[in-house]
Design a protein around this ligand. Structure first.
Ligand code: ZN
Length: 421
């Protein structure tokens, strides 16, 4: 059995949460070399790791600065305490971050913070790292989309060279031939004109080939190339001697498109969907298109908008939950520590400061205490996504890179759901 089959495919929501966590950890800085990152591969025994940490603990006792010594030893103790709960690492291994994070600008304000991550892919190396920041490269690499596809769309007047990776489409090169589309000259000059056109076409294909070679040969592990265009130019281009043989070998399909240029690229991706295996770009298009199809057929089976979808989630009616990555709203929990009164509201991120000052001036509506405060602020994607997971919905985080993703964000307020009933 190959390793790839064993590894569980992470959902877009899990990836989103991991990406957010990495962003959060990147912003954590210690005063000194006292933040610990620990990567444990699945085949490493926990007792080995614990023995290693005990040695580090002994070494840490010699750190000259009293504050740093205390912080490092405390972080090590927190990790060793946690590892006691494991008899062996989980199937993909384990990543732990622990360290004294400043809560103010002076030393002595640090508070120990601790994170444990079960990685989406198996950890390959054992790594103990102590620094003033956390070591995140292996986790970042796991989030990176690995499959890149090349795209050439051309006819005799223009050519586009692009790649698509994950949800990201990038146009590297736009070339035009300058060849006029139609001509009306007759007789002798007609033939001469045609020869000139043919020559210009050949020169144009040569240029396209050179640029395509440069772009595609510089991408290691390019999964495949799809060539498209509206007319017979693409076949002539492929059959001719314009592409490096290594680039030619990567061609996995030829597609008739209705356009050239960027609309042609998008048309090609849509039509060649089956050629691009596991490409998130086409998956996201499909997910939003599915929602639109159900909407057109039976609008009782879908809902959209934060409030409407939340209601459907609470009722357990959501089958597929679509959340736009472009959402900039948060869920705020306001609570009174005196009597337990709680209220929740949704607001835009930029209005948070205003909410904080409003709450500070208000008294609890139940017991009139002045202690009413903002207890929690959570991104709406995380909040609704977790609600979705708890109620058995498939949660999909959709980027704004595709037209469908833009539509989800703008026309459906970034939150949409296909319902079970
Ligand atoms: Zn109260």
């Amino acid at each position: 059995m190959s390793e790839e089959v064993e590894v569980k495919e992470r959902t877009s929501f899990e990836k989103y949460k991991l990406r957010k966590l990495i962003e959060e950890l990147e912003n954590k800085k210690g005063f000194h070399t006292e933040l610990i990152s620990l990567y444990i591969p699945p085949d490493r025994s926990i007792s080995d790791v614990t023995n290693y940490l005990k040695e580090e603990y002994g070494t840490a006792a010699n750190i000259k600065s009293k504050a740093t010594r205390k912080n490092v030893m405390e972080a090590l103790r927190s990790i060793m305490a946690k590892l006691k709960y494991f008899s062996r690492p989980p199937p993909n291994g384990l990543v732990i971050f622990s360290g004294a994070i400043p809560t103010g600008s002076t030393q002595g304000t640090e508070k120990l913070e601790f994170w444990m991550v079960v990685p989406p892919e198996p950890i390959k190396i054992y790594k103990y790292h102590c620094d003033s920041k956390f070591y995140l490269d292996p986790l970042k690499e796991m989030l990176e989309e690995k499959d890149t596809y090349g795209i050439i769309v051309l006819d005799k007047s223009e050519a586009h060279i692009a790649t698509v990776k994950g949800t990201h489409l990038e146009v590297y090169k736009k070339l035009t031939s300058g060849i006029p589309g139609k001509h009306t000259a007759g007789g002798q000059s007609q033939r001469r004109f045609e020869r000139l056109i043919e020559q210009a076409g050949h020169e144009f294909f040569k240029r396209v080939g050179e640029h395509a070679n440069n772009v595609f040969l510089s991408i290691p592990d390019l999964k495949g190339i799809v060539v498209g265009g509206p007319g017979p130019s693409k076949e002539k281009f492929i059959e001719g001697d314009y592409l490096d043989y290594r680039v030619k070998q990567k061609i996995i399909g030829v597609v008739d498109t209705s356009y050239t240029g960027e609309p042609g690229i998008k048309d090609l991706i849509g039509k060649a969907e089956t050629l691009f295996a596991n490409l998130r770009y086409t998956e996201e298009k499909r997910l939003v298109q599915k929602f639109l199809e159900v909407l057109a057929k039976d609008d009782e089976k879908v809902t959209y908008g934060e409030r409407e979808v939340r209601e459907a989630l609470v009722q357990g009616r959501v089958d597929v939950l679509l959340l736009s990555e472009g959402l900039d709203i948060v869920r705020v929990t306001i609570q009174c520590p005196n009597c337990g009164y709680t209220e929740e509201k949704t607001t835009r991120e930029e209005e948070l400061a205003q909410i904080h000052s409003e709450v500070a001036q208000r008294n609890c509506p139940k017991c009139n205490s002045s202690l009413l405060a903002v207890k929690e602020v959570k991104g709406i994607i995380e909040e609704l996504g977790e609600l979705g997971e708890q109620t058995g919905a498939k949660v999909e985080v959709i980027s704004t890179e595709t037209e469908e993703g833009q539509q989800l964000k703008q026309a459906f307020k970034g939150v949409a759901a296909i319902l079970r009933y």
